[in-house]
Design a protein around this ligand. Structure first.
Ligand SMILES: [Zn+2]
Length: 183
């Protein structure tokens, strides 16, 4: 019996260490504050990362918005509501309203998806390698809530040469008044 006792103690210790580590990991991601640029305020602010409640999102988002942002979906080309939007303003994450792209950086790429050559700040988008569909692409997501937005390609216009190919359904548009005439 004594032999087994030592064995059980080791297993118990291993479990405690394992569970403790998992707990601290969870706290690390939830409590993390990141620097995000706020277009309205014209400056960076610390924002807490959000872990979205998928049950709630199913009720607040449309089926298409949920599929694209939470299940890495892609809307069919030329179907997005914001594809031809030429108004001045800011494109935000449809889930958490983080500022993502300015109308200044939007251009017609001819691909059928809203395209931007840069985000409002590098900090305002998250990226990771995506090897699905037998391709090697760079996936782009909201750094605050993790929602999938689209992909980045290297065939964009100068000066960045990047094309942020974004699903219209992952975005919401906040129009801004143009003050150019008064200046
Ligand atoms: Zn978001």
């Amino acid at each position: 019996m004594r032999r087994y006792f030592g064995f059980i103690v080791i297993i118990a210790l291993a479990l405690i260490i394992f569970l403790g580590k998992n707990n601290s990991d969870a706290q690390d991601t939830e409590g993390v504050k990141i620097n995000i640029f706020n277009v309205n305020k014209g400056k960076f602010a610390k924002v807490s990362k959000i872990v979205s409640d998928k049950g709630k999102l199913r009720k607040t988002l449309t089926e298409e918005q949920f599929h694209i942002t939470q299940e890495q979906g892609t809307e069919p080309a030329y179907t997005g509501k914001l594809l031809k939007n030429k108004k001045t303003g800011v494109y935000q994450c449809v889930v958490c309203k983080t500022d993502l792209f300015s109308s200044d950086a939007k251009y017609d790429s001819g691909t059928g998806w809203p395209s931007f050559w840069k985000p409002v700040a590098d900090e305002n988008v998250g990226t990771k390698e995506d090897r699905s569909l037998f391709m090697r692409r760079v996936e782009v997501h909201c750094p605050v809530c993790g929602s999938h937005l689209g992909h980045i390609f290297d065939d964009g216009p100068a000066p960045t040469g990047k094309r942020f190919c974004i699903n219209s359904a992952a975005l919401t548009f906040e129009a801004m008044e143009e003050n150019d005439e008064n200046q």
